[in-house]
Design a protein around this ligand. Structure first.
Ligand SMILES: Cc1cc2nc3c(=O)[nH]c(=O)nc-3n(C[C@H](O)[C@H](O)[C@H](O)COP(=O)(O)OP(=O)(O)OC[C@H]3O[C@@H](n4cnc5c(N)ncnc54)[C@H](O)[C@@H]3O)c2cc1C
Length: 435
């Protein structure tokens, strides 16, 4: 993608390729301009093209360059915050609407993958939110209660069952969410982009949007070498926003997140880890995630940036932690390592902004962008098609406000993760049955 193995790691190495595309180099007219080629932008482009419109996607780098091509691949239902807290933080009717839309969003992702035949290692067998200690157990128990009250397909597992599902005895229990699953995220976003293009969307990569001019009945959107004139503009740039939409990024606090992928494990070893092939993460505040890819590699991640001191601190800790959770992988070789940034909002709720007439954005997914980006991308397409109004969204419109001390808080996350990982797992024994 950008010749940096630390940016898209395993996903770049194993995703089906996509035609690299060309930069915009002239003035063109379109039904809508979509800025950003991640899940939100490619879903919006696909749904507009499927409805017979001619959108243009302008991507500053390549499709999937942002969070879409770097993430864990957990297709989650809901946000980090518990359903009742989401409802409490938004005025009626938004809260329940949002919880319901996000609960159904994984189904939309897996249906699209199946209907379009996207080759992206999709496994729709649920995710496991693994409880660490009593506090973690209390967290997942309450989560289970709130989701079950809404009729969601979730089940609380005790410590024995959690060990059976994860292959590790480290957890006090787990919440199995059967609505969710895993994908190869870069392959999915490339598949969406490919189908949007086949439907008539024009995709221009290496085309950063640097200016927007209001022409009265339309917008002129400029890149260094071209312009698009269109009545609708959708910003889908989230934590990687830059240029003309850098203010979207300024309202978020950045949480760095890295991942390590082992070599492909033997069939015998792979059968001992997540035998049901769910994706997993834990309840710690400096959380860890783990899953297998289609070739039996363990993909393990946590908070931190692989640069400067963090490069060795996080990777060394990751290797120790893998050995602690799965002693059979004590000396496993790592093939890939990479990292990215997650954009967090103050209340962990995504944002819907109106930047001008017919100029909108959804952003701030707080590490939950696959299913939400896909479903909000579809809503943004419906908005531009005139099928729904802004009042029909499950997010209220809000003003764009820079996060107070955003840079300092991002640095604090990284420093905290380095401190925790420098000491973490160093003095722990591997987790065995009963330990
Ligand atoms: C390491 C990591 C792990 C994650 N794990 C998960 C997970 O397991 N599950 C999950 O659901 N979510 C996860 N996320 C979050 C998820 O990846 C994001 O929420 C999601 O990618 C947001 O989608 P998007 O399309 O809105 O933005 P992005 O995917 O970030 O795409 C935005 C695009 O906009 C482009 N852009 C920015 N400015 C401009 C401009 N001026 N002109 C043109 N283009 C521009 C960027 O280059 C970028 O390609 C993770 C994120 C990271 C970084």
């Amino acid at each position: 993608m950008n010749n940096d193995p630390l940016s898209h790691g395993l996903w770049e190495a194993t995703a089906p390729s996509l035609s690299p595309g060309t930069p915009l180099a002239k003035e063109i007219v379109a039904d809508a301009v979509i800025v950003g080629g991640g899940f939100t932008g490619c879903s919006a482009a696909f749904h507009l093209a499927a409805a017979g419109r001619a959108p243009v996607v302008l991507e500053a780098e390549d499709i999937g360059f942002g969070g879409a091509g770097r993430n864990v691949g957990l297709v989650n239902a809901g946000m980090w915050v518990m359903p009742d807290d989401l409802v409490a933080s938004l005025a009626a009717p938004y809260g329940e609407r949002l919880v319901s839309q996000l609960g159904e969003a994984p189904r939309l992702v897996f249906d699209l993958i199946e209907r379009l035949g996207i080759d992206c290692e999709a496994v729709h067998r649920g995710t496991l939110h693994c409880a660490v200690g009593r506090k973690g157990h209390g967290d997942i128990t309450e989560r289970a209660r709130q989701w079950l009250a809404r009729g969601a397909d979730v089940r609380l597992l005790d410590a024995r069952e959690a060990a059976h599902f994860t292959g590790s005895h480290a957890y006090a229990g787990a919440l199995l969410d059967r609505r969710a699953g895993t994908i190869q995220p870069l392959a999915y976003v490339r598949g969406l982009a490919d189908h949007a293009a086949r439907g008539g969307a024009r995709i221009h990569t290496r085309s950063p949007v640097i200016a927007c001019e209001d022409l009265g009945s339309a917008w002129r959107i400029s890149t260094p070498a071209g312009q698009v004139v269109a009545p609708w503009v959708i910003f889908a740039t989230d934590a990687y926003s830059r240029g003309a939409c850098a203010d979207i990024r300024a309202e978020q606090v950045m949480l760095p997140y890295f991942q390590l992928a082992t070599r492909s494990l033997s069939l015998e070893l792979a059968a001992t880890i997540l035998p049901g092939r769910q994706g997993a993460w834990d309840t710690r505040s400096i959380l860890s995630s783990f899953r297998l890819d289609a070739h039996g590699r363990l993909v393990f991640g946590s908070v931190g940036a692989l640069r400067g001191l963090g490069k060795s601190i996080h990777a060394d800790w990751g290797q120790r932690e893998i050995a602690r959770l799965f002693p059979q992988l004590a000396k496993v070789e790592l093939e890939h390592r990479w990292y990215g940034r997650i954009g967090m909002t103050g209340d962990a709720v995504p944002r819907l902004h109106l930047h001008g007439r017919n100029m909108v954005s959804v952003s701030g997914y707080n590490g939950r962008g696959i299913a939400p980006g896909t479903t909000f991308g579809r809503d943004l397409a419906r908005l531009a098609l005139g099928e729904i109004g802004l009042e029909d969204f499950s997010l209220p419109l809000s003003d764009l406000r820079a996060a107070p001390f955003g840079g300092c808080r991002s640095a604090f996350y990284e420093a905290g993760a380095q401190l925790a990982h420098f000491t973490g797992s160093r003095f722990h024994q591997p987790v065995h049955r009963g330990s």
